[in-house]
Design a protein around this ligand. Structure first.
Ligand code: ATP
Length: 333
């Protein structure tokens, strides 16, 4: 196991600085998810940890040691990519075994290790198959097994589930959480999908344009976003943001499930009359878009009785509201 630390790290490509003066400590043994919009620098951070593409300045520490001069193969990290990087002509066994053979591990030991790892990732019955005969999820497991065989102290994963269909992705998320528990190794996982981040992470590091916006547990990130960017990135649908009539540059926010809809006026702190603009029935809940003057808010409700174009009252309790200043920083609530 190993902790990872970025100390005043900057990274430029030609003259374009994509990460500037970044500080971050990734805890030992934790499942940390780096999340943020496309191009915010997530993969760049991962590649710096791996040593594939070193920082321009500053230090990267693994287990307290500066690894700047240590080549990728000697950092004790293994990387799993979205395109699997498995050899199509080799069997599953040969794929997993490949690194061990290169390291001259004796045959009997190789066999035992490959079989035990195959069992951990649920591939025991597929060892003699070629990757082309496997499903996407099984191929992803081969890639994981190939990484595990190196017994790394850090697993780096770059959008490893993005090539899988929605159902399999959900299943693989659970498998990765279980694998992390079983191995107890530091996982650093990159995704642009906040649902993945929320469902898997011990700690989420949310980035925008090369800058860390917030580093927190999924619960804290959801309930106490430090700024509008975080509030609007996390949650499906994300937090509603509105303007107060006399609030100047201050804006307010509330989560879609925090609002109440009623055909009658509501005695809640924030209350407005509006019209149902859209309605999406999702089974256990219905998502409405409520238009109030020139603003529109998403509301998640257990009730499905409101119809499109119907007039409704929307209310939000005082303790469910939060406020942001002109720069988007949360000021209270
Ligand atoms: P995505 O979710 O789309 O993969 P990301 O958050 O992982 O995005 P990075 O791949 O880290 O983003 O890229 C961060 C920024 O650095 C982007 O603006 C990108 O264009 C730039 N960049 C990355 N690699 C290079 C490179 N080899 N040469 C030049 N610019 C690069």
């Amino acid at each position: 196991m190993a902790s990872i630390e970025f100390v005043r790290v900057s990274k430029s490509f030609d003259k374009n600085e994509v990460i500037s003066d970044l500080n971050l400590k990734i805890e030992d043994g934790k499942f940390t998810v780096l999340v943020g919009p496309s191009g915010c620098g997530k993969t760049t951070l991962l590649r710096m940890i791996a040593g594939i593409d070193p920082q321009t300045s500053g230090s990267v520490l693994i287990d307290g040691k500066d690894v700047t001069r240590i080549p990728p193969g000697r950092r004790g990290v293994a990387m799993v990519f979205q395109n699997y990087a498995i050899y199509p002509t080799m069997s599953v066994r040969e794929n997993i075994e490949f690194g061990l053979k290169n390291n001259k591990v004796p045959k009997a030991e190789r066999k035992e290790l490959v079989e035990s790892i195959a069992e951990t990732v649920g591939l025991s019955d597929y060892l003699d198959r070629k990757p082309s005969t496997l499903s996407g999820g099984q191929r992803q497991r081969v890639a994981l097994a190939r990484a595990m065989v190196k017994k790394p102290s850090v697993f780096l994963m770059d959008e490893p589930l993005s090539n899988l269909d929605a159902k399999l992705r959900v299943q693989m998320r659970i498998e990765l959480i279980e694998l992390h528990k079983k191995l107890g190794t530091t996982f650093v996982y990159v995704t642009h999908d906040q649902v993945e981040a929320m469902s898997m992470a011990d700690t989420i590091v949310l980035m925008n344009k090369g800058v860390i916006q917030q580093e927190a547990s999924p619960e804290t990130m959801y309930r106490e976003p430090v700024n509008r960017f975080v509030a609007e990135f996390i949650g499906v649908p994300p937090m509603n943001i509105g303007k107060l009539p006399d609030g100047g540059d201050v804006s307010f926010g509330f989560r879609p499930e925090s609002a109440v809809l009623s055909a009658e006026p509501l005695g809640l702190h924030y209350s407005e009359r509006g019209t149902v603009a859209t309605r999406e029935m999702l089974g256990s809940e219905t998502v409405y878009q409520i238009r109030c003057g020139d603003q529109a808010f998403m509301v998640k409700s257990a009730e499905d009785r409101f119809k499109v174009d119907q007039e409704v009252y929307m209310g939000v309790a005082a303790d469910k509201l939060c406020f942001f200043d002109a720069d988007g920083k949360r000021i209270r609530g």
